[in-house]
Design a protein around this ligand. Structure first.
Ligand code: IFM
Length: 771
């Protein structure tokens, strides 16, 4: 086990996992032996609305736990020194009651310490299985397996099957399966990546009239968060042989035979938006009023589930995943033992789980843990949405719609920050800024351009003009306005954006951050293009809705044209910001502790020339067609040695650029760092939840890095692969304008096959081809 402060380096020759404990299977991930806090993350289940952590022999705050998308507690942020505009309301994901917590006893003796333990995730079935074997005396034993399915096809439902097998004699198993309301309390230490601890908040049970339950023999609860006032309802029912049974019961298991118990559980929350946004803390009034309604909704779901029956639910889950793999699978023939393919599937499965039904933003950890307090960042649009745009565009649209719904809060925030248009929060859950450390938080206004980039990419790759005209345009216009008012025209005749923080969080509050400026330039131009693409009626509606003034888009184009994009002629590289060359170089030889953020005061880091994650290099990928290969290589050569990779978001763009400029071994090293970030706990904090952006980064590394896909945010589509020497072939899938393509890359050949939809035109290895 690593110290919590380490970052582990991979040896490319080794399997990073112990193959006995984690056997290799392309469609399953299994762990034998005592689980750890990391296991609880790795074997978590989710559908993007409900998240259930796996088993861990760890305290409850590190182990089990259930979370609901958007469901959070709030607290007052106390700044030691206050200032105008500081974030005031902290938000933290709130654990909710568990419905998968069981205790067993035989002959009055509680079963603890199983002799054998195993848990696994099945990527085709969409289930997690926990299996235990208990010695129950006189050579007899009881096997228990708990199979849980969080429905990917329905947001509010999960199903659990308990199977008991008796060996050596028949036995009566006493099962306590009450709802566990001891929801996980998350902890905060000096590590800013963990969740905030709220001393006096959390869930409170609400009384609910028994009649409003509507369904007999079921267990229900309604709860609200003390401060945020958000309300959630939960209910479950269970059956043996089709008969409803209560939550504490006995099962008679024949010798050599088995008995099955089936539990359906439903969760519902009040939609937090836009109520939470408009009224802030005042939402507490919705709490008690709606608990009966929440329980009624849960009861309805349970009735539906019972009527369907387990088999039909399983069929729907399997069918959902079959389609997912048809649209999203990545097959790699690396001539190896299969670990790489297995982990690739694990990463894709995590992306599926985190986004299947989500109606809010996607948090940095999905719903697999409490890291970063469950907040959403730019991770969603920059690392997750591209995967969805190319594999499941409808989901991408829903997630972008969430940002559209957050516009009122972003407009309010913009006014507070003395800019026009809309300024999206750097981090948070309910649409309000929750970043208490503004230097590496609020100052990262590049998030506006990241969201606009995703909107443009979505519209270009899907051709969904209706989304553009009704929602996307509002995001593009309001973010363009923000940029035009944030910067200013300098004495040198160029447009400057000062005192911002780019993606690299080891450099803060700089002038003319290259990434921010070039992405803002893209944002401004695309907003103007989008307005021009609307027909008369659409344009009228937008003019009415957003008050677009004559000449406004011309102004954005001028600003974009004159944007300062720092470049050093002598070195021939883009400058991350105006001062990067003046900063003292980091002493990489002696100051070797990682990650820096846990070993040095921020200002010690800010003074030096050292990067946490790619910044300019990320722009080289996102806006690929802006740059020639030479400049990409020079920029990469300059920045890569300065980049610590302390953020797991970094390795993907390092891989993509390294592959493009011809550093194949380095590209592979970065790819493996992304791929194994969680399963091998490379950042020593997998216990806090998966690194979801890194999972999106794994897809990007393969599809864009080795598979060579570029679209420069929707400018033009091209494929120019860089297959690693050690791989035989790579196959990935894309959906473009509704047509499904399968791309197979071998050494010397690229095949693009259209499996459905209309012909698609794209550049393959520099030649325009219609597939
Ligand atoms: O959004 C990221 C940021 O870029 C680096 N620190 C972690 C955040 C959440 O993943």
């Amino acid at each position: 086990m690593l110290d919590s402060n380490e970052i582990r380096q991979l040896d490319l020759q080794d399997d990073p996992l112990d193959a006995e404990r984690y056997p290799i299977d392309p469609w399953k991930f299994t762990e034998y032996g005592k689980p750890t806090a990391e296991s609880a993350t790795l074997f978590s289940l989710s559908n993007g609305t409900i998240g259930v952590r796996g088993e861990a022999s760890a305290p409850r705050n590190l182990g089990a736990g259930t979370f609901l998308s958007g469901f959070h507690e709030t607290f007052a942020i106390r700044h030691a020194e206050e200032a105008y505009g500081f974030a005031r309301v902290g938000q933290v994901v709130q654990g909710v009651p568990d419905t998968v917590d069981f205790r067993f006893s035989v002959n009055g003796k509680q079963l603890t310490d199983p002799q054998q333990v195993c848990q696994s995730l099945d990527f085709k079935e969409g289930t997690a299985t926990r299996s235990y074997t208990y010695e129950v005396g006189d050579g007899a034993s009881l096997e228990v397996s708990i199979v849980t399915m969080v429905c990917l096809f329905r947001a509010d439902l999960m199903a659990t099957t308990l199977t008991f097998r008796a060996h050596g004699r028949a036995m009566n198993v006493h099962v306590e399966g009450k709802m566990n309301t001891d929801h996980p309390v998350v902890s905060r230490d000096v590590d800013p990546r963990k969740a905030d601890l709220i001393a006096d908040g959390g869930l409170r049970k609400l009384e609910v009239d028994a009649i409003s339950r509507g369904v007999a023999d079921e267990s229900f609860g309604a709860f609200h968060c003390l401060h945020s006032g958000l309300t959630m309802g939960v209910g479950f029912c269970q059956q043996v042989d089709g008969e409803m049974i209560p939550d504490v019961f006995d099962v008679k298991v024949p010798d050599g035979g088995e008995k099955q118990v089936l539990r359906y559980a439903a969760y519902n929350t009040y939609r937090i938006n836009p109520i939470g946004v408009d009224k802030g803390l005042e939402v507490s009034t919705i709490g008690t009023q709606n608990s009966a309604e929440l329980i009624r909704l849960c009861a309805e779901t349970l009735n539906w589930a019972v009527a369907q029956g387990l088999e039909r639910l399983q069929d729907q889950q399997r069918a959902w995943l079959e389609r997912f793999w048809q649209e999203s699978d990545v097959a790699i023939d690396d001539g190896g033992d299969g670990r790489l393919q297995q982990t690739m599937h694990w990463e894709l499965f995590e992306l599926a789980q985190a986004t299947a039904t989500v109606a809010n933003g996607v948090s940095a950890k999905g719903l697999s843990g409490t890291g970063y307090s469950g907040h959403y960042f730019w991770d969603t649009e920059t690392y997750i949405v591209p995967f969805l745009i190319y594999t499941n565009p409808a989901r991408a649209r829903d997630i972008l719609s969430y940002r559209f719904r957050m516009l009122p809060a972003a407009r309010k925030r913009a006014r507070m920050m003395s800019v026009e248009g809309a300024l999206f929060p750097w981090r948070g859950i309910n649409g309000e800024e929750a970043s208490a450390f503004f230097e590496a938080g609020t100052a990262q206004c590049h998030i506006d351009a990241d969201i606009a980039y995703a909107v443009n990419q979505y519209v270009s790759v899907t051709g969904d003009h209706e989304f553009l005209a009704t929602e996307g345009i509002d995001i593009l216009v309001e973010t363009a306005r923000m940029w035009a008012s944030l910067g200013y025209m300098g004495w040198d005749g160029t447009f400057h954006i000062n005192t911002v923080t780019g993606p690299d969080e080891y450099t803060a509050l700089v002038d003319d951050n290259y990434y921010t400026n070039v992405m803002a330039q893209f944002n401004l131009r695309k907003a103007a293009d989008a307005l021009e693409s609307l027909d008369g009626e659409e344009l009228n509606a937008v003019v009415q809705r957003l008050g677009v003034k004559p000449g406004e888009s011309m102004h954005w184009r001028e600003v974009a044209e004159l944007m300062k994009l720092p470049y050093d002629k002598k070195l021939g590289v883009h400058l991350q910001d105006d001062d990067i060359l003046r900063r003292e170089p980091w002493d990489f030889e002696h100051d070797t502790q990682r990650p820096l953020l846990l070993h040095y005061h921020p200002i010690v880091i800010y003074r030096r020339r050292v990067l946490k994650q790619t910044d300019t290099v990320l722009a080289l990928y996102l806006l690929s067609s802006n740059f020639g290969l030479d400049v990409k290589r020079r920029d990469f050569d300059f920045y890569d040695p300065l980049t610590t990779g302390d953020s797991s978001l970094s390795a993907a763009s390092q891989c993509i650029l390294a592959a493009e400029v011809g550093y194949g071994d380095l590209a592979m090293q970065y790819f493996l760092e992304s791929l194994y970030a969680d399963v091998a706990n490379l950042h020593s904090n997998t216990s806090d939840g998966i690194h979801l952006a890194s999972a999106g980064g794994v897809w990007m590394s393969v599809v864009a890095g080795f598979g060579g896909l570029r679209d420069s945010g929707g400018e033009e589509l091209s494929i120019d692969p860089h297959l690693p020497n050690e791989w035989e072939s790579l196959t990935y899938r894309l959906t473009i304008h509704g047509s499904r393509l399968v791309i197979t890359v071998t050494h010397g050949d690229v095949t693009v096959r259209r499996v459905s939809g209309d012909p698609v035109t794209l550049q393959v290895k520099g030649e325009l081809r219609t597939v």
